[in-house]
Design a protein around this ligand. Structure first.
Ligand code: FEO
Length: 393
């Protein structure tokens, strides 16, 4: 069945129902994903983006339902990453006269990925390719989320094709925002922003302002993953602005791991302290929580309390991947503090605090350490620690 996005614009991507990990094993895709590619049929024919390599046949079959693939004149590569470029070499076998179009960085990246002797047209912001009745206008979007990234805009349809920006990892038989439960879409969009785009927040604000200044009319935003925003495309743009500016709720995450239960007792008493101030709190024990899901929750939380027992003068190895991820994501506008139990020497709090600072988080108070098992007074201290932290939210 043909999926029409606008007049003579079709979705020709693929649905990956079974993928459960992305970017290696760094991002859990509980709901699968889609690789969206779009075919524009005009006097000239353009394919905007392609799909992950194993899905090349599926995409070419979809294209074949609309036009003969050999008629494709342009393959627009908005982004080098293999989930969107993996099928280009296969497309070019069917469409040998097609020209590949992308930024200078894209050309560099694609040639280093696929070693193809492709006819390549380099474009930059403001360049256009006229297809007949429609034109493709290009807008470089460096670091959203790779240096090569680019948006394509079709003025006639007020259609923005921003590749990874505004996407969600969500496999569904439906293609549009008005056909899928809105809460599910926003949950996946939040996770996507937190885990992929968060470090580039200042660039996102600039890019959205740049588009706003041009007064571009946008009726539809068709990203390269998940559903297409057609009923209310500004909903996701406004959410991106909120996230990029660091807007947060009165919410605290308590994230920890515990060796023999003492740090866990501390975490539970801290949660009670936070609750006593009527601030929302969420507790995650790391080895049994999905890291990507915790990061999603952190996006809209104002505070993080990070706990670990001490082992070998430092944190538990189960806590390290989460802290390392925070260091890379650089969550903005968050306050944080550390806690944990120790037997002798200590050291976990120091490691946690150093990493939180490297991640750009503000330490709201000195950490709370408890020797061996917390007694009644120390449990009360944990409660007060949570309460004091909640007051700073
Ligand atoms: Fe969906 Fe940056 O690839």
């Amino acid at each position: 069945m043909k999926v029409k996005v606008a007049e003579d614009v079709y979705w020709v991507g693929a649905v990956d129902w079974n993928v459960r990990n992305f970017h290696g094993f760094t991002y859990s895709t509980h709901r699968g994903t889609t690789y969206n590619a779009y075919l524009i049929v005009d006097d000239k024919i353009a394919l905007v983006d392609s799909v992950y390599g194993p899905f090349a046949g599926e995409m070419i079959e979809r294209i074949g339902e609309i036009v003969e693939p050999e008629k494709i004149d342009y393959v627009i590569a908005n982004h080098v990453e293999t989930d969107h470029s993996g099928a280009i070499a296969e497309v070019l076998k069917y469409a040998p006269k097609a020209k590949v179009v992308g930024t200078a960085r894209c050309k560099q990246g694609l040639l280093k990925h696929y070693f193809g002797d492709w006819d390549f047209q380099v474009v930059k912001t403001g360049d256009e390719i006229n297809l007949g009745r429609k034109s493709l206008r290009f807008m470089e979007a460096p670091m959203l989320h790779w240096p090569d990234s680019m948006f394509t805009y079709i003025e006639k349809d007020a259609l923005l094709l921003p590749n990874d920006a505004f996407g969600q990892h969500l496999a569904t038989s439906k293609r549009f925002d008005d056909e899928v439960n809105e809460n599910i879409i926003m949950e996946e969009a939040t996770k996507y922003y937190a885990n992929i785009l968060w470090p580039f927040s200042s660039l996102i604000i600039k890019k959205i302002e740049e588009i706003q200044k041009q007064n571009l009319k946008i009726n539809t935003i068709a990203p390269s993953h998940g559903i297409i925003w057609r009923s209310n495309p500004m909903k996701i743009v406004e959410a991106y602005l909120r996230w990029a500016k660091g807007d947060a709720k009165k919410k605290v995450l308590v994230v920890y791991d515990s060796m023999w239960g003492s740090t866990e007792k501390m975490a539970k008493a801290i949660i009670e302290g936070i609750r006593s101030e009527d601030v929302e709190a969420m507790l995650f024990r790391l080895p049994v929580s999905d890291r990507g899901d915790v990061i999603k929750e952190l996006l809209e939380a104002r505070g993080l309390l990070m706990g670990s027992s001490t082992i070998n003068n430092s944190i538990l190895p189960t806590v390290a991947p989460f802290l390392e991820e925070l260091r890379g994501l650089k969550p903005r506008g968050k306050i944080a503090a550390a806690f944990g139990s120790y037997g002798w020497g200590g050291g976990a709090l120091k490691t946690i605090e150093e990493t939180l600072k490297q991640a750009g988080m503000e330490l709201a108070s000195p950490g709370l350490a408890v020797n061996w098992v917390p007694n009644k007074e120390e449990i009360q201290k944990c409660f007060e620690f949570g309460k004091e932290f909640a007051r700073k939210i």
